[in-house]
Design a binder for this molecule. Structure first.
Ligand SMILES: Cc1cc2nc3c(=O)[nH]c(=O)nc-3n(C[C@H](O)[C@H](O)[C@H](O)COP(=O)(O)O)c2cc1C
Length: 130
């Protein structure tokens, strides 16, 4: 199982990464389900922070797609490692629900981060409002 955590910046002219998140998550659910990929997509201002976990081949293919996706730029891989288990559970791509407030999602995320490694949590905490 391979885990990648990366940060990137939206190319959306309005500068809100969140604006593309619904379309991206919808697209992700289709492919991730087929490829055994799970994870979490977090947006904060102009930034995306995403965790993708799954079989090595699937992750390599998705990373190649992500690198040529014009909806974001400056993709920087923060973590790239082999893991025994999925650290983020089996969400096909967890993201804030349309009707969920930003605060409610952040609370959900804070709870999730209690179960992940200190290093992984630190990338999220660095972006999340206190
Ligand atoms: C921030 C961001 C996160 C994305 N996350 C996923 C994802 O988890 N799964 C996925 O299939 N596509 C995701 N995509 C879309 C892919 O980059 C790509 O457009 C899509 O998988 C289709 O791949 P293809 O262009 O190689 O056919 C994401 C795109 C962006 C900009």
């Amino acid at each position: 199982m391979r885990q990648i955590i990366y940060k990137s910046v939206t190319t959306n002219p309005r500068g809100h990464a969140e604006d593309d998140a619904v379309a991206i998550t919808r697209q992700a659910l289709l492919r991730n389900g087929l490829d055994g990929i799970t994870g979490l997509l977090y947006t904060q201002g102009t930034d995306f922070l995403q965790v993708i976990e799954g079989p090595d081949d699937s992750i390599a293919d998705l990373l190649a797609s992500l690198l040529r996706d014009p909806r974001h730029r400056d993709l920087r891989v923060l973590v790239d490692r082999e893991t025994e288990d999925r650290e983020f559970g089996d969400w096909m791509m967890l993201h804030r629900e349309r009707r969920e407030t930003v605060d409610a999602f952040d609370r959900r995320l804070h709870a999730l981060l209690l179960d992940v490694s200190h290093e992984t949590a630190s990338y999220f905490r660095a972006l999340m409002p206190a």
